[in-house]
Design a protein around this ligand. Sequence first.
Ligand SMILES: Cc1ncc(COP(=O)(O)O)c(C=O)c1O
Length: 382
Amino acid sequence: MIYLNNAATTWPKPEEVYQAADLSFRQMCSPLRASSREDCDTYPLLEEARKEVASFLGAADPERVVFTPGCTYSLNLAILGLPWQPGDVAVMSGLEHHAVSRPLRKAAREKGIRFEVAPWRPGVPIDLDFVERTLKAGRVRLVACTMASNVTGEILPVREVARLAHAHGALCLADAAQSAGLLPIDLASLGADLLACAGHKGLLAPPGVGVLAVAPGIHLNSLAEGGTGKDSGKHAMNLAHPLALEVGTHILPAIAGLAAGVKWIRKTGVDRIRAHEMTLAARFLAGLEGIPGVTVYGAKEPEARTGVVSLTLRGHAPKDLARRLSDERDIVTRAGFHCAPLAHETIGTLPGDGTLRFGVGYFNTESDIDAALDGLREAARG
Ligand SMILES: Cc1ncc(COP(=O)(O)O)c(C=O)c1O
């Protein structure tokens, strides 16, 4: 199988990740919920993982790095946990995933806020003038911006978005689902107040774990209440981070796998991972130029994008093309709307059938790219 669906979930994972998840599962007992042998040695694992992830993301205080069930949950917590007032405003880019746009729609329905969508145009993934004008108009509490689109692969200027938001008293939420582990992230210089990551994508973890980094001074209301293993005899929740936002028993195998994934990325180097994916994406983009009827969405320059490439081929529905590549060449891609109808409306593929998305990963090779190009050339011939 040629796996070109790494934007959905990365596969395979480094051997160290499988081993760490397996070991923690075999040795696991419940952190903070046992009374011997340092809580069965699992609490150190949790806190070591937290430190590892915090230092990887450049978060000054590990206690403000929260483990969640996934990036979707992290984004919901960030958006719905804010103390919104009716009449408040949120701004989001036109490339946001459901994991951002749906909680914002929920906040609009249930908390009386409204949201604005910043325009996109080819070569300009977010209109910063629009963001600034909306901020100047007042009542903006949050600007949400994906760091890299899961549809076009474009990289968005989150640092600039955060600077604008702060200049007008708003917070910046960055969705790093498609960038953590693939692009350098240093929270100190990025300036995002809330940063959400998926474990199972670029961070190479098993599914079931996500991360939300919360800047000092920001208080989020929890989305769920329950046991934390601490203050067990009290009725009220202890509101201190991170445990106030991590109720219930942790998914330790996934967290252990996440820590191993992050260690592996540090050993390999984000720059090396990025360089490899850029080289493959550039090879793919160059090859696509010679195929009649292909439209590629988003920036053309490899530096302005990740390893995600979305395209359409004239006369072929994306889902039929995906099926053909799978049946005839064992190539796995993803066709359709990628849980991001807003992004597809933005780039003009909704209404329509969406796009066929190729998600290049670190374990792909030039021959995988060439096989995908051969398959598309053949389809274009009829
Ligand atoms: C940009 C973006 N944000 C958020 C998510 C949600 O991640 P998860 O499904 O791991 O919760 C995804 C997943 O595809 C994504 O691509």
